[in-house]
Design a protein around this ligand. Structure first.
Ligand code: NDP
Length: 313
């Protein structure tokens, strides 16, 4: 492989964005991070950006409200990775990427664009429930814009972030594992896929100079982390040496609960419905038109759910 691509990370201060900055620097890429003019007095963000600079990143000032600034930013690099927000509990700005796509199209030099996806493959979610389907619909609009503009891309389907899902044993609204009881989605046997966030960033960075991933979806499916909620609970029980009291929430009970919630919870809960009742992440084979990250990069030692859970002991 030739010289390492120069990478611009947009949304670099975000939850997954900062992991991408770290992985890009760690893999020896000249790394640029967009510093948005709208930063205001967000001291945490300013300090994070300064720490990226200290680690070797270059900060590029720009704004989504200034097309020229985006064009100038992307002109400096070979690869653009966008990690803009797309979880309703935090912020949801997926469609802003259409402006980035316009800038990449005009600049004309970008060899690879990785849009902000890093979750469920939106192309498989045409049947998704409202209101959570907004995320998938918007990600598909961004895909269409990318493909219409002829921009080379890789779509990363990272499945469930470990931090959001493993910690709380997949229970909605929980990030820490219980030591007394747990509520299972139905029988708890539907398989999902869990990936630690630094591993997501590592696999993502590995794809950018890899011709095998050009214009393809890359699914991240660590074999040891394709697990049901019940299996995750059992791993935790083994670690704490204690059985949890298990209750089950039927599909109907869960759907009824969604109705009474506000928009943000509804959006998240409908995603949980698809993952844990329908099994949408693991219920299909990866076709010949896509790739799987652990098979492409077998040298990456990904974090297994059991080891991830040990940090909560
Ligand atoms: P964050 O909520 O952490 O936000 C990421 C960044 O988006 C921010 O740091 C900021 O970057 C930028 N941003 C936020 N608001 C605006 C705005 N108004 N204008 C411009 N930029 C803005 O994002 P996440 O890391 O939670 O989400 C990133 C991706 O990961 C999304 O596609 C999301 O759907 C996906 N995701 C996947 C999950 C999974 O389990 N697979 C779970 C959660 C999210 P800056 O200020 O640096 O420009």
């Amino acid at each position: 492989m030739g010289l390492k691509s120069k990478v611009l990370i947009v949304g670099g201060t975000g939850y997954i964005g900062k992991k991408l900055v770290k992985a890009s620097l760690g893999h020896g890429h000249e790394t640029y991070v967009l510093q948005r003019r709208e930063i205001g007095v967000d001291i945490e963000k300013v300090q994070m950006l300064l720490s990226f600079k200290k680690q070797g990143a270059r900060l590029v000032i720009g704004s989504f409200d200034d097309h020229r600034s985006l064009v100038e930013a992307v002109k400096q690099v070979d690869v653009v990775i966008c990690a803009i927000s797309g979880a309703h509990i935090r912020s949801h700005q997926i469609l802003l990427q259409l402006k980035l796509v316009d800038a990449i199209k005009e600049a004309g030099n970008v060899k690879r664009f990785i849009p902000s996806e890093f979750g469920t493959d939106p192309s498989r979610m045409a049947h998704a429930m409202e209101p959570g389907r907004e995320t998938f619909d918007q990600k598909m609009m961004v895909r269409k814009a990318i493909e219409d503009a002829g921009i080379p891309f890789t779509y990363i389907s990272a499945n469930c972030y470990a931090g959001y899902f493993v910690g709380g044993l997949c229970q909605f609204g929980h990030l820490l594992p219980p030591t007394d009881s747990v509520v299972l989605f139905g029988d708890g046997n539907q398989k999902s896929i869990f990936v630690e966030e630094d591993d997501i960033a590592t696999y993502t960075i590995r794809t950018i100079d890899d011709p095998r991933t050009l214009n393809k979806t890359v699914y991240i499916r660590p074999p040891a982390n394709i697990l049901s909620q019940r299996e995750i609970v059992e791993i935790w029980e083994k670690l704490i040496g204690k059985q949890l009291v298990k209750t089950s929430l039927s599909e109907k009970e869960f759907l009824d609960m969604i109705k009474d919630k506000g928009y943000v919870d509804q959006a998240g809960m409908t995603h949980f419905y698809h993952f844990f009742y329908e099994g949408c992440l693991a219920n299909f084979e990866i076709g010949d038109d896509a790739e799987e990250a652990c098979a492409l990069y077998p040298d990456v030692e990904y974090i297994k759910v059991e080891d991830y859970l040990k940090q909560y002991l």
